[in-house]
Write a new protein. Structure first.
Length: 234
């Protein structure tokens, strides 16, 4: 287990963007921190009102966007348009090449999102886009599959990576989940706080834990409104 405190992340602060990077990104480069398993990017972004990322290109990458607060408008060169909100997951497969923009359409309220990039198992696929609302399932507690390439996992957006699954849980204080046993697991606390019961480790908002061949780990929410994002990759 490798615990990464929130303040240890790379930080980009612009006039319209406040971004924290779990791994090397852009001009932030650390050869010892370029991803965990198949997860290459995990950016925790706050975008100011009526601003955002203008049209820019991607290629051969599976990109999953998860909004925590506010709204985010997506537009791409394939003609896809969508507005993301908390509980609506989005997947964009860049494939042979795509351009997209991500803008905060609200004139007054910032948007906070986590964007994650996963290495695909197949390159050169046609670019595509998908979104799914999992609000009702999240209300039931426990881990909810949000994005996956595993054909055995139902109800999630499909990524071109058979060995990766993203899970989200929204937990009240005292609620517990079991972190999956996988070769590589990345657990990010988006809001609230979480105790890794077996290790007696407390994680707060923005903290992450990286597991390698750790087996199943019990985790219990310490605060109401705790939201966690977990990637398991083979």
């Amino acid at each position: 287990m490798d615990v990464r405190p929130a303040e240890s992340r790379f930080h980009t602060q612009l006039g319209w963007l406040d971004s924290w990077h779990s791994f090397s990104f852009g001009h932030h480069a650390d050869p010892s921190n370029v991803g965990h398993g198949l997860l290459l990017v995990s950016n925790d972004d706050i975008v100011a009102p009526a601003t955002g990322f203008g049209a820019h290109p991607h290629r051969d990458m599976e990109i999953v966007t998860w909004v925590l607060d506010g709204r985010l408008e997506h537009r791409d060169s394939e003609g896809n348009v969508g507005e993301l909100y908390p509980g609506l997951a989005q997947r964009m497969s860049a494939g042979t090449g795509i351009r997209h923009s991500e803008m905060n359409p609200d004139p007054d309220v910032p948007v906070r999102l986590v964007q994650m990039w996963v290495r695909p198992d197949t390159v050169g696929v046609p670019p595509s886009y998908e979104q799914v609302d999992v609000v009702d399932r999240l209300a039931g507690g426990g881990l909810v599959a949000v994005a996956t390439g595993d054909p055995r996992v139902d109800g999630a957006i499909r990524i071109h990576q058979r060995d990766a699954t993203m899970w989200v849980a929204r937990l009240d204080a005292g609620a517990a989940v079991e972190v999956p046993a996988a070769r590589h697991v990345h657990l990010f606390v988006a809001t609230g706080s979480l105790r890794l019961t077996d290790a007696e480790v407390l994680l707060g908002a923005g903290d992450a834990a990286r597991f390698t061949d750790a087996g199943a780990i019990a985790a219990t929410a310490v605060q109401d409104g705790t939201e966690i994002i977990i990637w398991e990759t083979a």
